[in-house]
Design a binder for this molecule. Sequence first.
Ligand SMILES: [Fe+2]
Ligand SMILES: [Fe+2]
Length: 199
Amino acid sequence: MASSLLNAGGGPGSVACAMPLPTPAEARLLLEHYVQDTYQRHHALMVATAMEGYARHFQEDAALWHVTGLLHDLDFEQHPDTHPAEELRWFREWGYPEEFIHAVEAHAHGYHGFATLPATRLAAALLACDEICGIFYAYRKLNPVRYGEMKAGSIKKKVAEPAFAAKVDRRTIHLGCQHLGMTLDEHVAHLIKSLAPLE
Ligand SMILES: [Fe+2]
Ligand SMILES: [Fe+2]
């Protein structure tokens, strides 16, 4: 497997070997190296797929948006109590683009001392997509249909019901929508379409 990729930030001198953002395929290898938990891997893929849908909608760089979604929780399994502080250090060491790093930092708004608000569309989309993917996932456990077959009204009802998937932070979903310039209705409708290809 891509050991050179996985070792890119591992040793002294790695700062000098700055690398651009990995391709989606390389990012998938990184994810599988750092994240073993099945749900966390699925969450990363969900957010990546949602982000790619928004990249197409806004005619942005689909690979950048996909990879941002795929890697946004890379350190969560190893460092849940400080997430995403550690991965931000890795990404800087690996020379990843500032736009990507900003989006990852802003997705932690309100957690572990992070207060950075999304200043780009990429960051706003990540904030808007991250937690709501947890609602889609929890809803699917109750109603095992594909994401693309879900009804917008049912998802919105679950967002408004604090006891449902209670750990999902509704505040950041609304904050993300606000910065993305989308209503929750529009956001949910987009996600149903974007997540449709996922198994
Ligand atoms: Fe996160
Ligand atoms: Fe996440």
